[in-house]
Design a protein around this ligand. Structure first.
Ligand code: CAA
Length: 376
């Protein structure tokens, strides 16, 4: 009996797993070579994966949050690159408009984001505002019916590919974090300059860029929420976004565990499979236990969000534990594979490179501890 998932959830899992294995696997090498997976995203859009939790009246699939987390988990088991593109597009690229936008903004942007015609991005991080996200230097000055925005952002996932950018900027420098506002900015806005592409250790098919705003003119109707509400909009959507990154970490860890079990059953040393050597068997037992615990934390927090309960701590706990599990499991996977694990002939080195960022983005592990301890 499955206590965590309904029959619909299990159908969703099977559908996404089949899709990922059949449709994403052929693109892995191209993504590793740096190709942004537009064709994969198009196929995902065709089966409704770009707007899983968006209500049907805005063109989404109208499914629950747990279904979305199942999708991120299963996609990331095959490709963590696809996992992060979808997670950023959905949780912090689209949801701020759904939860804080005017009806007009929702009508204008959500159906396009939900159908995959548009890709979303989220622009909070700046050169001097990483963990200290409230230390924003980007400024927005109101002039009649528009704002003039100047500043820069770094590490913007989906940057350069996205059609809409949720941008945070200071509208009242005297008001601290209550002086930050959020804006919806379209990709062709004059003054929006796509800068350097980061060459990353992992997630090589996802784009991460710097952005500069030079006298970027944004109409007042693109202010998201009220002036000064920006930081709360960022925090509220990051809370939930973190469950997505926890699910991405879980997918990476599970893939590493599966490959390690498979390999250690067929790799023979000292006359028997290494799985039957206690040193390896105990490693497998440890990582399997960690993966199971991560799974419970991820789906427990997803379930709270699905049922409408607060889950700030639970989301941070899931992200903290699951990202650590991804790093530890992929490290052990390479050890189990030995020299072969260090080569590109097996996928475990990719899992290892993809795992590390999960302890850094959408709030470092240290920030998760800050959030959890503050709640305590
Ligand atoms: N819903 C509604 N409001 C919320 C909320 C929620 N879930 N969570 C927080 N808020 C509100 C709070 O109530 C508070 O409002 P009041 O001042 O009126 O009480 C306001 O938002 C600020 O919240 P906190 O006081 O808790 O915030 P803080 O200043 O203590 O936050 C911090 C400090 C937690 C360290 C925060 O700066 C932070 O999260 N830093 C990390 C930044 C981060 O995660 N960046 C990720 C970038 S995006 C990314 O990585 C995407 C990618 O590419 C994958």
């Amino acid at each position: 009996m499955n206590l965590l998932f309904s029959e619909e959830h299990e159908m969703m899992r099977k559908m996404v797993r089949d899709f990922a294995e059949t449709e994403i696997t052929p693109y892995i090498d191209k993504m590793e070579a740096g190709m942004f997976p537009k064709e994969v995203l198009k196929k995902m859009a065709e089966i409704g994966l770009m707007g899983i939790t968006i209500p049907e009246k805005y063109g989404g699939a109208g499914m629950d949050f747990t279904s979305y987390i199942i999708a991120i988990h299963e996609l990331s088991r095959v490709s963590a690159t696809i996992g992060v593109i979808l997670s950023v597009h959905s949780s912090v690229g689209t949801n701020p408009i759904l939860y804080f936008g005017t009806e007009e903004q929702k009508q204008k942007y959500i159906p396009k984001l939900a159908s995959g015609e548009y890709l979303g991005a989220f622009c909070l991080t700046e050169p001097s505002a990483g963990s200290d996200a409230a230390n924003q230097k980007t400024k927005a000055t109101r002039k009649n019916d528009h704002y003039i925005i100047n500043g820069s952002k770094v590490f913007i996932t989906n940057g350069g590919e996205a059609d809409t950018y949720i941008i945070f900027a200071v509208t009242n420098p005297e008001a601290g974090k209550e002086g930050i506002s959020a804006f919806i900015v379209e990709k062709d806005t004059p003054g929006l300059i796509i800068g350097k592409d980061e060459h990353k250790m992992g997630l090589r098919g996802s784009r991460t860029v710097q952005l500069t705003f030079e006298d970027m003119k944004v109409p007042t109707e693109n202010l998201l929420g009220n002036e000064g509400q920006g930081f709360k909009i960022a925090m509220a959507n990051l809370d939930v976004g973190r469950i997505g990154i926890a699910a991405q970490s879980l997918g990476i860890a599970e893939a590493a565990l599966e490959k390690s079990v498979e390999y250690s059953k067929q790799r023979v040393q000292f006359g028997k499979p290494i799985a039957a050597q206690q040193g390896v068997g105990f490693k497998l037992a440890d990582i399997a236990t960690q993966v199971e615990a991560a799974k419970l934390l991820v789906y427990r927090s997803a379930n709270l969000q699905t049922e409408g309960f607060p889950c700030k701590s639970e989301a941070s706990m899931a992200k903290l534990f699951s990202s650590r599990t991804a790093v530890e499991t992929t490290t052990e996977a390479i050890q189990i594979f030995g020299g072969y694990g260090y080569t590109e002939d097996y996928p475990v080195e990719r899992y290892f490179r993809d795992a590390k960022i999960t302890e850094i983005y959408e709030g470092t592990s240290e920030i998760q501890k800050l959030v959890i301890s503050k709640q305590l």
